[in-house]
Design a protein around this ligand. Structure first.
Ligand SMILES: Cc1cc2nc3c(=O)[nH]c(=O)nc-3n(C[C@H](O)[C@H](O)[C@H](O)COP(=O)(O)OP(=O)(O)OC[C@H]3O[C@@H](n4cnc5c(N)ncnc54)[C@H](O)[C@@H]3O)c2cc1C
Ligand code: FES
Length: 267
């Protein structure tokens, strides 16, 4: 799958200046970084490798959540889950972060597709906001099914582009509708020409079995552990119907039914 730029120019390594770094919900931060070399090339679904430590050893992958109007800065929305993201959450305005990107192949909207259905599980909302922003600029209506385990883990609505029709749900019913976000797909599928999803592997395993999605194009962003992020270490290899693929180089966006889900380990 190629992003809409076709064969895109190569990734850049830059020292990005932190513009702001704000907690937006418990354990989740939104960081804005000045990085025009990367922001000007970025396509929805692509990611950056951010060096998350002083020793140059902790490069971590993050989807590009948003690019500002002038394409001079980009934002990452990230959960604090371990050493690298803890370090990132502590960066302050004017600090510098070593970034490599944009990397990978992003989402590609079928030119004939008009109405998009986006399905986000938890922090999976990160690459879908950039996609929604781009689709709306192209006058394509966007419906977003936004799910999380609990209300406290649900992405705040002010972080979603305002023209998106947003339906929220939580597993425990503490905010929005009650249930897994995938259970609401049948209700909205008839209005959608193209489906895009980002979330944990169990969400995709449910989607791949849904009869409602069999005849629709579905693209997903796959998360696996990554070493280099640019095709050198083979640490991110997955099995697909067309052979072995590197998630960092061939993905992270794949067609849902291309992945051999029984062969994929959950992280
Ligand atoms: C293409 C891609 C895009 C991503 N985009 C985002 C994003 O926009 N926002 C966000 O919060 N997270 C994103 N992730 C996940 C993010 O990279 C990890 O949460 C991060 O690397 C954890 O680093 P750590 O040092 O804090 O945690 P570690 O101490 O390394 O690990 C803590 C836990 O985090 C998880 N984890 C670690 N590495 C990865 C990894 N490479 N991918 C997935 N989970 C991992 C594991 O469950 C692990 O047990 C993305 C991952 C990929 C592959
Ligand atoms: S992370 Fe090294 S090849 Fe993909």
């Amino acid at each position: 799958m190629r992003n809409s730029q076709g064969s895109a120019p190569g990734p850049k390594q830059v020292l990005a200046r932190v513009i702001s770094n704000t907690p937006v919900m418990p354990g989740v931060c939104l960081i804005w970084l000045e990085a025009p070399e990367i922001a000007s090339l970025a396509q929805p679904g692509q990611f950056v490798m951010a060096n998350c430590g002083e020793d140059n050893l902790l490069r971590r992958p993050f989807s590009i959540y948003q690019v500002n109007d002038g394409k001079a800065s980009l934002a990452l929305l990230f959960s604090v889950v371990g050493k690298g993201t803890q370090w990132l959450s502590q960066r302050k305005a004017e600090d510098s972060i070593d970034l490599l990107g944009p990397l990978g192949n992003g989402f590609s909207i079928n030119p004939a597709s008009r109405r998009l259905l986006l399905v986000a599980g938890g922090i999976g909302i990160a690459p879908l906001c950039f996609l929604a922003q781009t689709a709306l600029e192209q006058e394509r209506p966007v419906t977003l099914l936004l799910g999380a385990a609990t209300g406290a883990q649900l992405c705040p609505i002010h972080l979603i582009p305002p023209s998106v029709k947003c339906i929220t749900a939580t597993d425990d019913g503490s905010a929005g509708k009650k249930g897994f976000i995938t259970s609401f797909i049948p209700e909205y599928i008839d209005q959608a020409d193209h489906i895009f999803a980002c979330g944990p592997s169990p969400m995709y395993r449910t989607m791949v079995k849904m009869p409602e999605l069999k005849d629709k194009p579905v693209q997903i962003s796959l998360e696996v552990r990554m070493g280099c992020g640019f095709g050198a270490c083979y640490g991110c290899t997955v099995k697909t119907k067309t052979g072995l693929k590197q998630v960092c180089h061939d993905g992270p966006v794949f067609n849902l039914d291309d992945i051999l889900w029984d062969e994929l380990a959950d992280i």
